[in-house]
Design a protein around this ligand. Structure first.
Ligand code: ATR
Length: 273
């Protein structure tokens, strides 16, 4: 059977093996998929060893996406733009393709699963690290009226926004600059979320009928999901749907078939309740 895996650290609680096994079952594909603890230091050896031993494809998660980007022999345009790779796929010619399915997974979850359109909307992204970088391109493609990146370290948000400035109305700032602004959709892409922390957000940041989305997920609602609920969000969602949608895109790249995501999202959502 063809061998796949997810590399990352920490990786113990990864839902990716469960998701890909469900996809394989649903589409009748014979494959194995495991989660392997791989640190940044170990990555070069481990990734080389994996493909040398006949592995067909890898997902790479925190903190390996930039390293995976550098490892990939060929890259898709969206991977090139985000400078991060979450999916590696062995090609028939022996080269390894690097792609980034995170942004596409997010947009699919927003649009297809939640009917949250971005066109003409004021969108705010919290955080200017790797997670933020991966979603900016696909969000700008949806033509929001404006996209603001706010970050604890304002400079990082400003330079990240500059990188994408030819692709839409995008700007970067620090959290204190948000005082008078309102947004229809706020996305949390800070790693603070994982430790239950929240950036300092003004009370009236979310517009009426606005929604919140945390790229992180957990068995309990994240601090940001709770912030959204407390501030009247129409929808306040976590990243479970994005996780399943980015996995479906990776599965499509590897196997040539896109699994149905809805039943998998519903099952995983049930399992955490
Ligand atoms: P990732 O790949 O998960 O995005 P990263 O590249 O290390 O990880 O980026 C982490 C992001 O979370 C950054 O935007 C970081 O802000 P700084 O650039 O100012 O460091 C943000 N972050 C981490 N902890 C935070 C906290 N306690 N409050 C606000 N932002 C935080």
């Amino acid at each position: 059977t063809d061998r796949y895996a997810v590399f990352g650290s920490p990786i113990k609680h990864s839902k990716s093996p469960r998701i890909h096994r469900l996809f394989a079952e649903q589409t009748g594909q014979a494959l194995s998929y495991e989660a392997l603890e791989v640190t940044a230091e170990a990555f070069p050896d481990e990734v080389g060893g994996f493909f040398a031993a006949g592995g067909k494809g890898l997902n790479c998660t925190v903190p390996l996406k930039e390293l995976a980007y550098r490892f990939a022999g060929v890259k898709t345009e969206r991977a090139e733009r985000s400078k991060a790779v979450n999916t590696l796929a062995l090609q028939t010619d022996g080269t390894v393709l690097g792609d980034n399915t995170d942004g596409c997974g997010l947009v699919t979850d927003l649009l297809s699963n939640h009917q949250l359109t971005l066109a003409g909307k004021r969108v705010l992204i919290l955080g200017a690290g790797g997670a933020s970088r991966g979603i900016i391109g696909p969000i700008l493609e949806q033509a929001p009226s404006r996209l603001v990146i706010a970050n604890r370290t304002a400079d990082k948000a400003v330079s990240l926004a500059e990188e994408f400035s030819t692709r839409g109305d995008i700007s970067g700032c620090g959290f204190e600059a948000l005082a008078q602004s309102q947004f229809d959709l706020i996305l949390n892409a800070t790693s603070a979320s994982l430790s239950g922390q929240l950036p300092p957000l003004p009370d009236h940041l979310l517009a009426g009928q606005g929604s919140c989305y945390d790229l992180a997920y957990g068995n309990e609602p994240t601090a940001f999901v709770r912030w959204g609920i407390a501030h009247g969000a129409r929808l306040s969602l976590d990243g479970l749907g994005m996780l399943v949608e980015q996995a479906a895109e990776a599965f499509l790249i590897w196997r040539g078939v896109r699994p149905q995501t809805r039943p998998v999202i519903e099952l995983l959502d049930q399992e955490r309740k």
